[in-house]
Ligand binder design. Structure first.
Ligand code: C2E
Ligand code: CA
Ligand code: CA
Length: 558
């Protein structure tokens, strides 16, 4: 920034003498300075202090106002001590007297070095900031950034004419993908999913990666609440075609939960909670998508909190097994028991399985839970064996257990460490567990059957599989659902169902157990139908192991 051509030449000469080959522009008006800084990025600026129509301080101000951190050195003849101080305060790095240019090169060297350091530090800070607000896996905003943006969207929305929406997404079966492909390809898949979601939406929508297989989308402003459906369809559409990861086509399905502001909550936290509940419902119902509704609250958040505790409960021995006997109708003797899990919660007392098995299935906790049940049941069985009691133990398996490829291996280990033979263990599985993935399930059933383990179809009659289909599976027994049994003597329809099911099952070579037997007349009726076994409160409720032994001693069924 210099009006004198001669002084400019002197400066350039000094720079060249110092080994520099400057590309430069000379400016002596505000317009020229603005144009120059707009045109390219400069390494350094030299400014005369006062010129006829312009001043170095004004140039410095322009540069700093443009947010540029370019070293600025005054090179001036008239500058005095006081003005120099003022210039430094205005943001100049140094001042050099025109009569003493020897100081120029060292100053330039120093300032270029420091500018570089400043820039590196800034980049590092930006990176740290980026790490705090963006996911390293997908490059998308992370939970922190979403939690910053959500209240902003809410504030901008005051008045609530145009709703905002929070969408939470959870990829189904991602863990399996991760386990089979490995983490590197798992991360690739997450990245690709993030990109597809982003491309499906507007730039004003925020797509965030919350970690693991969870994504979120913030739609800050919808024209109408109903438009959310369009967005959901776009998201589902984006995931529809398989992802090609390292040549492997992978199908991604997601469970999507949505909460709207202001309808479903007044603040970010509540919206998050509600969207989470909706997502949980979407997953559980198998619908894949749910808009929050207040009825969904009974699934949570208490239930979700319970789930958080369940993990510890399994480890800390808060689960216990009760055993409910089954009697053979021909001999009227107990021949086996069914292990039924309960959660002996420190504050809430005994929690029945219906309240935590479903959610455990959803959260994946069913694997450690079943593992615990199996180990405990087998050890108990082994203890009875040693005491001379040949009681078989039936264990209930969840759909997800049946899809676990390591199940046969795990069982082998557990049987071995309990020191019992597989014929003492029986599994109960429901029709719906088989029908979720019939081919894969069948494969596992065959493997387990080959190991010597037998299966019963539980809750038979409430599902939709035909007996004929079940016949193709390595199953030897069905348990007629208690809803047909318990009121059988008062309800002709129920009795017909039980009778014909029993006949058909026998024709197909399957044994029949009736569960939910609460009275003597029902027991007698079942016997006359030729039913093989019965279980129910009339015989005994599920009992802790010790009580069961005591009951057996005094029982007519023993
Ligand atoms: P389920 O396999 O059908 O088990 C029978 C349920 O019926 C048990 O309830 C039992 O207490 C109850 N019951 C037995 N006799 C009678 C009767 O005469 N009348 C009536 N009204 N009910 C009777 P519980 O123990 O609450 O178990 C509920 C369900 O929880 C079980 O149904 C089973 O699906 C599941 N479950 C229990 N333990 C486990 C487990 O270890 N793993 C898995 N995956 N599921 C389990
Ligand atoms: Ca059962
Ligand atoms: Ca049952």
């Amino acid at each position: 920034v210099e009006d004198s051509l001669e002084d400019t030449e002197l400066l350039l000469r000094e720079l060249r003498r110092g080994g520099y080959d400057p590309q430069y522009e000379r400016a002596d008006t505000a317009e020229a300075v603005s144009a120059a800084i707009g045109r390219q990025s400069w390494d350094i600026v030299f400014g005369d202090f006062s010129m006829p129509h312009f001043s170095g301080t004004a140039a410095l101000k322009l540069i700093r106002e443009a947010g540029l951190d370019i070293p600025f050195i005054f090179v001036s003849g008239t500058i005095g001590e006081d003005t120099a101080v003022a210039a430094m305060k205005a943001g100049a790095q140094d001042y050099i007297m025109k009569g003493n240019l020897k100081r120029l090169i060292p100053a330039v060297q120093r300032e270029l070095r420091e500018a570089k350091l400043r820039q590196e530090r800034k980049q590092a800070e930006e990176m740290i900031e980026h790490m705090a607000y963006y996911s390293p896996v997908t490059g998308l905003a992370n939970r922190n950034r979403l939690m910053d943006r959500l209240p902003e969207a809410i504030r901008a929305n005051e008045g609530g004419e145009h709703p905002a929406a929070l969408i939470l997404m959870d990829l189904d079966h991602f863990k399996e993908v991760n386990d089979t492909l490995g983490h590197r390809l798992g991360d690739r898949l997450l990245y690709e999913v993030g990109q597809k979601l982003k491309n499906a939406l507007y730039d004003t929508d925020l797509v965030a990666h919350l970690g693991g297989d969870e994504f979120a989308v913030l739609l800050p402003r919808l024209a109408h609440a109903g438009d959310i459906e369009i967005t959901i369809r776009k998201l589902q559409e984006a995931l529809r075609s398989p992802f090609l990861i390292s040549g492997i086509p992978i199908i991604v399905e997601a469970s999507i939960g949505v909460a709207l502001y202001p309808t479903h909550g007044p603040d970010a936290e509540t919206l998050f909670q509600k969207a989470d509940i909706a997502m949980y419902v979407a997953k559980r119902s198998g619908l894949g998508y749910a808009l929050y509704a207040p009825e969904q609250d009974r699934h949570s958040p208490q239930k979700l909190a319970l789930m958080a505790e369940l993990r510890q409960a399994i480890e800390q021995g808060e689960l216990i097994l009760h055993y409910q006997p089954t009697v053979r109708l021909k001999t009227r003797r107990v021949n086996g028991v069914e292990a039924l899990v309960r959660w002996n919660h420190r504050q809430r007392g005994m929690i029945p399985p219906d309240q935590f098995i479903g959610p455990a299935e959803q959260t994946g906790l069913i694997q450690p839970l079943t593992h615990w049940v199996l180990r405990t049941a087998m050890q108990q069985c082994s203890g009875w064996r040693k005491a001379g009691l040949g009681i078989t133990v039936a264990v209930n398996l969840s759909p997800r257990n049946l899809l676990d490829p390591r199940l046969p291996e795990t069982l082998e280990e557990l049987l071995h460490s309990a020191g019992i033979t597989p014929d003492l263990i029986r599994f109960e599985i429901t029709e719906s567990a088989i029908m979720t993935e019939p081919d894969r399930t069948q494969e596992i059933l065959v493997k387990l059957r080959e190991m010597g383990i037998r299966f019963s179809i539980d809750d038979f009659g409430v599902g939709y599989s035909s007996l004929n289909y079940l016949r193709k599976l390595p199953v030897d027994r069905i348990k007629v659902d208690r809803s047909f049994v318990t009121h059988m003597t008062q309800n002709e329809g129920d009795e017909k169902i039980v009778r014909s099911t029993t006949d058909l099952a026998h024709n197909l070579g399957l044994e029949v157990v009736a569960e939910g037997v609460e009275t003597q007349p029902i027991l007698d009726r079942l016997e006359s139908m030729g039913c093989d076994e019965a279980q129910g409160y009339y015989i005994s409720k599920p009992l802790p192991a010790d009580d069961l032994i005591r009951w057996l001693r005094g029982s007519p069924w023993a």
